[in-house]
Ligand binder design. Structure first.
Ligand code: ADQ
Length: 620
């Protein structure tokens, strides 16, 4: 501004001398004098403008150069001298910011790798997984097939934005796809998904840094009703979870389940064209028929199917009218993965009783029609890589009072639960356990509150709608029994939270309750442990989760035993701090070691090892 004013005055001064000079040589009204004056003014204005622009850009450029230098020297790019804000250089600053973020991520990864090599540790990191995946795949593209997609496009006003749906599956497979490239085939169900794909229904993702291809498959609402809501979630889901909800098998749903599997097989085969010995990772119970459909057409494909939910005993599975078709479909895979050995054993027993085959329990394989399927456990996990022994001094737990304040509640102790609203998660059993605890230990009334972060799920299915109503009624009944002016025992927040929103609850809780009636693994238990950098907090965990096989250090409960839940809460709240720290440390070591990168590496490594046989040829 000062420069602008100074240049304006200089301009007036020059103009004043100009006038005197012209008066001496020309008559002021002559046309020549007028033209000369205009010329001089134009030159002066151009020079001042150029000077002002140069001055302002120079300042911005100087600050930008200083900022980039700080970045190069390793000082934080969030320093007190931020990138200049000017519409003239906005596109440049945006790109530089992206560059800086990638630069810091790369440097952090390299430092972590160097540290690990130095300590000769065996921790799996994203970088190590990338290297490993590259060496196993030997430049072949990877094909991943899941019902849910890794990026969903939605509308916000007139803008199209994307979201990353939460869940272990995306966290697990993204680093592999990012490292090796390839194609992720999934159902496009974001409201703006169709607006962003090309003519072949493809889009390069991640949207900010495209590294692999997402191929979207479109499913009609009728097909989704029969395949996803019907056979998958009203049939297979309750069939595989022993949670006493009766599976519903309708032949029209089965037909649509077959139809959608065939549609995905057709898309997958299109995508595999031109790739020799492609690697295909199929995810979950929505696609039991897909391995065989692909294998029959592409015997050279290396196919793994990972089943994210439990596998029941053969008697329970035996009630399914299409058990043979399902098992035959799955046996098209070269590798079938479950979370734990117990589910693998159930699967082998089921196969043995359902189809003609040779089961080798020592090697955990099934031989049928000349094709061998390996059946192995791969316990899924979360992306936890920090050193579990280091407790950051600054990691003060978030303020409990602040978390409770919005609900008009004050409490000394906080419990937390995080679940999709699903009858398998034992949420009502948990509430009854809390009620029993308050009955048996009345001195905790007014002092202990439990917050349930409950994400609505499968709300179009009647059983799920009814379950929400049951949950609300039970919470209200219990609250009405105990509540006071400024306290109640249960707070139920029904919404999909982001992981960032959930984190403070994990960090502030004295106790986390996971009381599933049956669960393949349960990632919430591991997320709670990973969040507790302060080494505090107690995990109460159902016996009937896959996680219970790994997390020594938790308090195990039978979710059907209300008294046992009550006693576990009492024990957790009275536990000596040293015992809490020892138990949490033990669990953190386990989760850190068996993280999601180890899971992905285990699956890829095993798939690389299995010999590939076509279906229908006799084994040598
Ligand atoms: P889920 O049945 O969905 O997964 P879980 O393993 O607990 O169960 O994973 C749920 C994920 O959703 C977690 O990452 C959790 O943070 C998130 N989530 C839960 N409630 C939420 C909320 N209110 N808001 C936002 N996010 C929420 C299936 C199987 C499991 C298996 C996983 C992975 O049923 O047994 O562990 O797949 O294989």
């Amino acid at each position: 501004m000062i420069t602008l004013v100074t240049s304006f005055f200089s301009f007036l001064q020059v103009r004043h001398y100009n006038d005197r000079f012209l008066q001496e040589f020309f008559h002021p009204t002559s046309p020549l004098s007028h033209a000369l004056r205009l010329f001089v003014e134009a030159v002066l204005i151009s020079f001042s403008t150029l000077w002002i622009v140069r001055w302002s850009l120079r300042g911005a450029m100087h600050r930008a150069a200083h900022w980039i230098k700080e970045l190069r020297l390793g000082n934080s790019h969030e320093s007190s001298d931020p990138l200049p804000k000017s519409p003239l250089i906005d596109p440049l600053t945006k790109e530089v910011r992206h560059l800086a973020t990638s630069f810091f991520a790369a440097r952090a990864a390299a430092e972590a790798e160097a540290k690990l090599r130095q300590n000769a540790e065996s921790l799996w990191t994203p970088e190590r997984l990338k290297e490993f995946a590259r060496s196993q795949l030997r430049d072949k593209p990877l094909f991943v097939i899941s019902y849910r997609e890794p990026y969903q496009h939605i509308r916000r006003g007139r803008q199209i934005e994307y979201i990353v749906p939460p869940g272990g599956l995306v966290t697990a497979l993204e680093p592999v796809l990012r490292a090796c490239g390839g194609t992720w085939i999934a159902c496009g169900n974001g409201e703006a998904d169709r607006d962003v794909v090309d003519a072949r229904d493809k889009i390069r993702v991640p949207p900010d840094e495209p590294l692999y291809t997402l191929r979207r498959v479109w499913i009609s609402p009728e097909d989704e009703k029969g395949h996803y809501l019907g056979f998958s979630n009203e049939g297979l889901w309750p069939l595989c979870h022993i949670a006493h909800t009766r599976p519903l098998f309708r032949s029209e749903d089965w037909e649509l389940y077959e139809k959608v599997n065939e549609r995905f097989a057709q898309v997958a085969l299109e995508e595999l064209e031109g790739t020799e010995e492609p690697w295909v990772l199929i995810q979950d119970y929505h696609f039991a028929l897909l391995p065989r459909l692909i294998k029959e057409k592409r015997p050279d494909a290396r196919i793994a199917l990972f089943w994210h939910i439990p596998w029941p005993n053969p008697e329970s599975f035996g009630i399914c009218p299409w058990k043979k078709e399902l098992v035959e479909g799955m046996l098209g895979a070269d590798l079938v993965g479950f979370h734990i050995q117990y589910h693998c054993n159930h699967f082998l027993d089921t196969v043995d009783q359902t189809v003609e085959c040779r089961v080798n329990r020592e090697h955990s394989t099934v031989n049928r029609q000349g094709h061998a399927t390996w059946v192995k456990p791969f316990p899924i996990s979360v992306a936890f890589t920090q050193d579990a022994s280091i407790v950051p001094l600054s990691a003060a737990p978030p303020d409990k009072a602040a978390l409770l304040k919005g609900w008009g509640v004050q409490a000394q102790y906080l419990g937390v639960g995080v679940d999709r609203i699903d009858y398998t998660k034992g949420i009502i059993e948990r509430f009854r356990g809390i009620e029993r605890f308050l009955d048996k230990c009345p001195d905790y009334r007014g002092r202990f509150t439990f917050i349930e972060l409950a994400a609505p799920s499968r709300t179009l299915i009647k059983r799920y709608k009814d379950f929400v109503a049951e949950l609300d009624a039970e919470a209200e009944r219990i609250n009405n029994r105990f509540k006071t002016m400024d306290w109640r025992p249960l707070i139920v927040i029904k919404k999909q939270h982001s992981h960032r929103e959930i984190e403070p609850f994990y960090k502030a809780a004295d106790v986390c309750l996971v009381t599933s009636l049956h669960d393949g693994m349960n990632l919430v238990a591991k997320e709670f442990v990973a969040a507790r950098g302060d080494g505090d907090g107690v995990l109460i965990l159902s016996n009937f989760t896959g996680a219970a096989r790994e997390l020594r250090g938790c308090l195990l409960v039978n979710p059907y035993d209300t008294d046992e839940i009550a006693e576990a809460i009492h024990r957790a709240l009275r536990m000596d701090p040293q015992e809490r720290a020892t138990r949490m440390h033990m669990m953190r070591e386990i989760v850190r070691d068996r993280n999601i990168y180890r899971w992905a590496a285990g699956l890829l490594g095993e798939l690389a090892r299995v010999p590939i046989h076509p279906i229908g040829k006799t084994l040598a």
